[in-house]
Design a binder for this molecule. Structure first.
Ligand code: MV4
Length: 504
């Protein structure tokens, strides 16, 4: 495999290209008009514009992507995550055109794309699942019988749903009928598929997922777990590996269960098996993601395995070069997703120019990002700016490293979630490990970041004053550059102004 096309953008496109380069594999970037000046376009050996800014005219145009791949003699296509990464039809189109899809088979994507088909596939492997309906349920009387049997509260879930969409908690039998009707109509309008199923509601669960790798010869291994409970509206904010709640016995059990899920669909490539874990550390299979996940770096840091390289090796027919017993956890990694969102305003996405953008460096810090100073953050795509990872010999050091990296990260021009990350990492529930998927809802209020926000506005004014010339505008006064929030602290303030004026 001498040349691959990366059908994605931003940090993940750059991430994949870097591993490919280390393997001596040439890369092709595809990009939208909005990404003309993006780092991934410049980094690739070849780059082709495939359409206008909107994703459906560019990164979701599987036909154009395959056309470019064929024209440039590409042998493999890596989909990254999001976009077409879990689109079975795209995987099929790629293979039909004689190109290797660097990911699982279309069949595995299809099975795991439906919650019910996934449950059906895994049930013969006696993997723990939340008590509930075996398949879709339409009859209210049947649902009521089941509700009585498994006990309230129960959850109604859309089979074609995901990420919490189409989920409704039902606390008693008399509200079941109405809630079922609502869930079915919502599922039809959201997913075009009204089938729903019922599960026992697991209160205060942790969300723990297991990374697996499968080759073309039936070998499947697990690369331990990632703790992903720090979420806001089903969007992961901060992830870590390993989880601080699992003991060795549980770690092995959940890892082996994940491998069985892989076997259930003859999984090839990198995949992630999601579990709910209750307060007694019982774990229940939730769903499987048939792509490389955003949070894959924390697994790479604790195992030393480059998951993108493994994907490429598997795609070109190589056997896994390690067995389960060769894998072990070394140290601890915590990742903060740095979003261009305003944590003071309900995490609304923010756009603007990266007037100042300086990344942290130094021991135990990894930054996977897709932007550079001076670039505009486009409105068209996911607002992820970067993934900031702290790695240390243990959890405490990893947290300290990540906090130091947040302190050193300088972003002026777009509001961002660095200060929110600091809030989480310093919260006693997080530090103690006593948290679950309700952590953000239970503990976070925007006013907790107020003092930082005021400070940032003053700094941004100072910086903007230097960047755009003229006197210090101070006092948070609006100014031309749109430089609004940033993540800085007092001593940075004076350093910046000093450095800024010296090199301008
Ligand atoms: C659940 C649950 C409690 N009980 N299922 C949310 C998204 C989807 N992955 C499944 N989710 C849940 N399913 C039962 N039977 C609680 C959640 C849930 C959740 C799960 C993982 C991570 C974050 C979550 C936030 C809210 C609810």
């Amino acid at each position: 495999m001498k040349k691959i096309l990366v059908a994605n953008r931003g940090e993940i496109a750059l991430r994949v290209m870097k591993s490919a380069r280390e393997m001596g594999i040439k890369t092709v970037a595809v990009y939208s008009e909005a990404d003309r000046n993006s780092p991934h376009v410049r980094y690739a050996d070849e780059a082709v514009c495939i359409g206008s800014a909107s994703s459906k005219e560019s990164y979701l145009r599987g036909d154009k992507i395959v056309e470019v791949a064929k024209a440039l003699g590409v042998e493999g296509i890596h989909p990254g995550y999001g976009f077409l990464s879990e689109n079975a039809a795209f995987a099929k189109l790629v293979e039909e055109n004689g190109i290797t899809f660097i990911g699982p088979t279309p069949e595995a994507i299809e099975i795991m794309g439906s919650k019910l088909a996934a449950k059906d596939a895994v049930k013969k492997f006696d993997i723990p699942m939340v008590p509930g309906s075996a398949g879709a349920i339409t009859d209210v009387a049947e649902a009521k019988l089941l509700g009585e049997k498994i006990g309230y509260p129960i959850l109604i879930k859309a089979s074609a749903g995901g990420g919490g969409k189409g989920m409704r908690v039902v606390t008693s039998s008399d509200e079941l009928e109405e809630q079922m009707q609502r869930a079915q109509s919502e599922a039809i309008s959201a997913f075009g598929d009204g089938s729903v199923f019922i599960e026992k509601y697991v209160g205060s669960p942790k969300h723990i997922e297991v990374q697996i790798l499968g080759d073309n010869y039936g070998n499947i291994v697990y690369l331990f777990e990632r703790e992903c409970s720090i979420q806001r509206r089903h969007q992961k904010v901060l992830e870590e590996a390993p989880s601080s709640c699992l003991n060795e016995e549980k770690r092995k059990a959940i890892g082996e269960a994940a491998v069985k899920v892989g076997k259930a669909c003859a999984y090839i490539g990198a995949g992630t098996v999601e579990f709910l874990v209750d307060e007694e550390l019982n774990f229940y299979f939730l769903e499987m993601n048939t792509r490389l996940q955003v949070e894959h770096p924390v697994t790479e840091m604790i195992t030393g395995v480059d998951l993108v390289k493994e994907q490429i090796k598997i795609a070109r027919g190589e056997k896994l070069s390690f067995a389960q017993e060769d894998l072990q956890i070394r140290g601890h990694a915590v990742e903060l997703r740095v979003y261009a969102e305003d944590p003071m305003n309900n995490f609304l996405p923010d756009i603007g120019k990266l007037i100042l953008y300086q990344k942290p460096e130094g021991p135990g810090v990894r930054v996977d990002d897709g932007y550079e100073e001076g670039m505009d953050i486009p409105i068209y795509y996911d607002p992820l700016l970067a993934k900031l990872v702290g790695y240390g010999k243990d959890r405490a050091e990893a947290i300290d490293r990540l906090l130091r990296a947040i302190h050193d990260y300088k972003i002026v021009g777009v509001k961002n979630t660095l200060a929110f990350g600091k809030f989480v990492l310093e919260h006693q529930d997080f530090v103690s490990g006593k948290f679950d998927t309700n952590f953000v809802g239970k503990n976070y209020k925007p006013e907790y970041l107020k003092s930082e926000a005021d400070d940032e506005m003053e700094i941004a004014a100072l910086v903007a004053g230097h960047v755009f010339g003229g006197k210090k505008t101070g006092g948070g006064k609006k100014f031309a550059g749109g430089a609004n929030s940033s993540n800085v602290n007092n001593n940075t303030k004076s350093n910046w102004v000093k450095n800024r004026s010296s090199h301008r």
